[in-house]
Design a protein around this ligand. Sequence first.
Ligand code: ADP
Ligand code: ZN
Ligand code: MG
Length: 499
Amino acid sequence: MAQYQSFIGLEVHIHLLTKTKVFCGCPSSFGDEPNTHVCPVCMGYPGVLPSLNIEAMRMGCTVARALNCTIPERTWFERKQYFYPDMTKNYQISQFASPLGQQGWVDLEGKNGSQAIKKRVRIKECHLEEDAGKMIHTGTVSLLDYNRAGVSLLEIVTEPDMETGEEAELFIRQLRRTVRYLGVCDGNMEEGSLRADANVSINLPGKGLGKKVEIKNLNSSRFVRLGLNYEINRQGEFLDAGRAVVQETRLWNENRDQTEPMRQKENAQDYRYFPEPDLPVFTPEAAFLKRVEESLIELPQARIKRFEKEYGLNEEHAELISDEKALADYFEEAVSAAAALGLVKEDGANRIANWLLSDIRHILAREGTAVSAIGALKLLPKHLAMIVAFTVQGKLSGKNAKQTLEAVVESGRDPELIITEKGWEQLTDPAKIAEAVKSVYASEGAVFAEARAAGDNLKRRHTLTAFLVGKVLAVTGGRADPKIAGAQVEELILERSEA
Ligand code: ADP
Ligand code: ZN
Ligand code: MG
């Protein structure tokens, strides 16, 4: 295939988590009995007036600012005319000439598969609109559920700055993380709370944009990547064969792993936009803008960087810990509790990250608790900090630390009490450990002899030593300090071989 340049622009729709719809008081909850959240306003009865849900505007502007967009001094709504049964009004209230967010950018940064990505993607605009209803086609009938009609929707449109499916997938992942951090969208792509349409064209290098194909029906970030890479390849084969790419809308078929034609779109559809006469122009006041800026908490990309710098986490761990705000908050709380217990900051942080990404992640999965609900665990951040501190101080063995963790998850009780009660405190008294070693020598004399005979075969000797130390630990109920036990076992092996 010849070398082509590719251009990808995304249009992402996110459902804002407002309690009510964007222009009326109907609840915006999902999964309820069809057509129970409807009223004359969202159904477009004659003589009714829409009124703007200011929370939707605040959330929309917060996302816009998080994407470095400018909020204009005046923003307003237009009617986008189209006839389709999913919208009883025959138009959708949307934004066109002066959307709430304009000309921003995001920096893509991170790994996707084998690709290391670092690129700035310009954001063309963000606009607020109402969602349409849902059509359910069954056999020869089509059913309509208008519960979704009028729900707050924010559309984010990028410039065609991306070049690979991997970059587009990373864009979606970063955006999803950001809107979840901001608490304005749950980011659930399967349920359609975050939906992406992908536009892609290719051309000979230096020739600028090509004929654009739009891919719809991409309900996971993986499909965004697969669909785009498939399409880049398909278009390349077309151009190689001397054929022209047809401007059209295609659908991703997830069963066949390919895009398929949906409709051709020769010239832009005329929606006959005109300003919505029933809604006033919105001129954000200082108090409103202040609330928007206050909603701009530290964003995930910044947090990842800070975790690397401040706590010495590696890039992968920093990203995994920052993926969910609740997890990152939990982590920081545990780290500061550990520091208060005298742990070196970076050491404590890395140990806590390891616990969170292994044992605690398994516990959450086992209990069916989402990572975002980690705050509901009976194991509080300060409990984790204590367990880590006891391990560092030699009060808990690795095995007993795990047992203690489980016991706290179960009961929410103070780890120190549990350790005392269960007698899990690590045994460090050399005389006590020596007793245990002696008893193991009595029962496993043959293994000691074999270890001794192994002589310079270090690998064999280590295997046998580890086995013997395991026995010592078992005899002490897992309490013996493995370092001291190991030294004593080795000594005994050597001593007898010298004798
Ligand atoms: P339309 O009017 O067809 O909706 P827009 O100009 O609004 O087109 O752009 C929609 C999306 O398509 C944007 O994300 C934009 O970056 C992208 N896009 C526009 N033209 C091209 C092109 N030739 N190749 C790739 N992407 C494009
Ligand atoms: Zn309504
Ligand atoms: Mg468009």
